[in-house]
Design a protein around this ligand. Structure first.
Ligand SMILES: Cc1cc2nc3c(=O)[nH]c(=O)nc-3n(C[C@H](O)[C@H](O)[C@H](O)COP(=O)(O)O)c2cc1C
Length: 191
């Protein structure tokens, strides 16, 4: 099982990354392989809404998304990792997600399905400083839709509220243990 981890926080070693690495470690210990991409380090232009992909299924922009499309196509599981920024995904995640409009065009306009029946899954991992009941709602909705465009089933989310300072999650051993379990479940096909 090949897991692609898309790190969407600009903060290296922050809360979302710390949890994501715990999940990924468990996947590796369970026999899976893990690849990381740190979105903030990549040159990814926002979707221009040009409609070019409607004819070809491919994005006209040639930048670091070329590698992300390929890595996502090869992955069996994809973990999108984002802090909550203003009740939504980080801009890094949103820009990357919008570029999957090219896959939406393939699926819905060109009727091209991808790796059907292979049980590929995508997940959201997110952290927030506050604890409002709706704090992750916007991110979940957006991510579900991104994975649908990618022809990847939504496998659920791993969410931790109330962590703000970098590595604050390390002070929450229960959440770290849950992240490890999330990875174990993922590689065992239970999540
Ligand atoms: C630009 C920005 C916007 C943020 N917006 C919110 C928000 O709307 N709600 C919230 O609870 N936390 C918000 N936060 C706090 C982060 O979600 C929180 O610190 C998170 O754990 C950071 O994860 P990271 O360490 O992986 O970057 C914001 C932080 C930044 C820098």
């Amino acid at each position: 099982m090949k897991l692609l981890v898309l790190l969407g926080s600009p903060r290296k070693g922050g809360n979302s990354e710390t949890l994501a690495r715990k999940v990924a470690e468990a996947v590796e210990q369970g026999g899976g392989t893990v690849e990381y991409r740190r979105l903030n380090d990549l040159n990814i232009r926002p979707c221009q809404g040009c409609g070019g992909c409607e004819k070809t299924g491919n994005c006209v922009i040639k930048d670091d998304m070329t590698d992300i499309y390929q890595a996502a196509d090869e992955a069996d599981r994809i973990l999108l990792v984002s802090p909550v920024y203003f009740y939504a995904l980080s801009a890094q995640c949103k820009i990357c997600g919008d570029r999957f409009q090219a896959r939406w065009s393939r699926k819905y306009l060109l009727q091209e399905r991808f790796r059907q029946g292979e049980g590929r899954k995508g997940y959201l991992l997110s952290t927030s400083a506050t604890k409002g009941p709706k704090i992750f709602d916007c991110s979940i909705l957006t991510v579900r839709y991104i994975f649908d465009a990618m022809d990847v089933k939504y496998g659920g989310e791993f969410l931790v509220k109330g962590v703000d300072k970098r590595k604050a999650v390390l002070g929450l051993p229960d959440e770290m243990a849950k992240a490890e379990q999330f990875g174990k479940d993922m590689v065992a096909g239970k999540a």
